[in-house]
Design a protein around this ligand. Sequence first.
Ligand SMILES: Cc1cc2nc3c(=O)[nH]c(=O)nc-3n(C[C@H](O)[C@H](O)[C@H](O)COP(=O)(O)OP(=O)(O)OC[C@H]3O[C@@H](n4cnc5c(N)ncnc54)[C@H](O)[C@@H]3O)c2cc1C
Length: 557
Amino acid sequence: MSVTHRLAAPTPGWTATTDVVVVGSGVAGLTVALNVRKAGLRAMVVTKAMLDEGSTRWAQGGVAAALGEGDTPEQHLDDTLVAGAGVCDEEAVRTLVTEGPGAVRRLIATGALFDRGEDGEILLTREGGHHRDRIVHAGGDATGAEISRALVAAVRTDPEIELIEHALVLDLLTDAEGHAAGLTLHVMGEGQRDGVGAVRARAVVLATGGMGQVFSATTNPAVSTGDGVALALRAGAAVTDLEFVQFHPTVLWLGPEAEGQQPLVSEAVRGEGAHLVDADGVRFMVGQHELAELAPRDIVAKAITRRMQEQGAEHMFLDGRHFGAEMWEHRFPTILASCRAHGIDPVTAPIPVAPAAHYASGGVRTDRRGRTSVPGLYACGEVACTGVHGANRLASNSLLEGLVFAERIAADLAGLHAAGELPERTVDVAAARAARPVPLPPSEARAEIQRLMSRGTGVLRSAASMAGTAAGLALIAEQAHSHVAEEKPADPRVETWEAANLLLVATALVAAAAQREETRGCHWREDFPERDDAHWRRHLITTLAASGDPVSTPEEQ
Ligand SMILES: Cc1cc2nc3c(=O)[nH]c(=O)nc-3n(C[C@H](O)[C@H](O)[C@H](O)COP(=O)(O)OP(=O)(O)OC[C@H]3O[C@@H](n4cnc5c(N)ncnc54)[C@H](O)[C@@H]3O)c2cc1C
């Protein structure tokens, strides 16, 4: 297998070498880097913006792990499988929940400070879909910021971890056997490492996070443009479950025209007893699910959307007035501040909320060692699909997945290294040149892609709505091709590379979502409202055809 397509970009003008190159500096990437160092391998972390600019820093609620009295990995497994709606890979979930508590303890040993009670014990809370208090949190609702702080501090103290910020990774490089041998990237730097270059490595780890920016309204930061999934597709890797995008039910509603990253109102607010109400003050989740407001996210997001449609409303409300000022200030300082910054005081008024794109349950297909279908290419964190989330991620399982599977990748690489099976690789330059350059859309295409996706392939989808999205995306691709034919291609730069990645990921997502003719987990088809286990209790595997178009094939049952 070799890289069949690549982003149009200048020829690399410089080369650097390391043992393991990690793309991304969230919880997953930094955990890989710290752990491969323990095996005596050199690590290089390349990241698109500053080290802490991924989703990790924004995580509020916490990390799920069976640490509490009476709780067990088996119970955590049960809750995860229920949320996943029949398409979790049970062995992957078992790995997650059994190795999770140890991974959290190792994160604490690395320096992360979680909230503790007066007795010194770690405080545990509950979130949607969990039947136990098992969410560890930090700074009240600033868990991700604390994890990011601790991991960034740890990598900065190791001189053998090279950190390259403002470096956008473009494509994979392989050797003559099709084994990952490095990558191309664009560094917004100075001196020798400026512009497009290449990094040679024995193995490549993708930890590029999510793809929320493919939609107009999302909780994800600007860097979450699905680059890792797009790179993997161009490299010939299999991706899966792209249609399962989790829409967070309670995102602060900032008006009908709001676009880009929107403030999240964590599930933990409902966990502590806030109620979802409509404009008449009716608690519409009661009677819909045994857990009411704490039902799994897809159920709450669907119920909110349905109520909005019934009432012609643009949002619902989350009412936590009964918490009182002191609890808001201590337990949810970040959310309180962000609501107040937008003119809403949750102490005295209900918070307007609506669903927004939040988490990609699908991604680059990996096994339980983090290996993708391309030898030497690994993936972990939100970019990966290990199979633990199935059709719907259980709250607070993603930071945990990032930790557990990052450790497993490092362990796999350490094992290969110890066995002498992780040699240096020679990049097959001819193969890299032979890959077909993908025409770049103009940077303005980003907003159009987002609008098309939110309009036709959002919380609620149908064949007709998705056909509209697909046609719009195809037009953007055609225009990019015509501009190349007319010798007026878009400039290769960060904005156009990101637009090309968004376009590819969006096209693949719509193709998969259109093919899955059922409603399951967070994939809600208006025209196929029932779950159809006979046909669809399986994954859809997406790869890139020779034409450059994504093709989805149902996995054998
Ligand atoms: C608002 C919010 C709240 C959340 N709350 C929780 C929670 O309470 N509990 C929980 O478990 N999960 C939560 N999540 C989800 C969780 O935060 C993410 O799934 C997780 O942090 C992803 O970690 P990651 O390391 O995979 O990616 P990220 O932290 O997103 O990091 C990705 C990295 O890759 C870099 N990158 C991307 N593309 C490129 C490229 N082309 N070249 C170079 N670098 C690149 C980015 O710059 C970034 O450094 C939340 C997410 C959001 C947005």
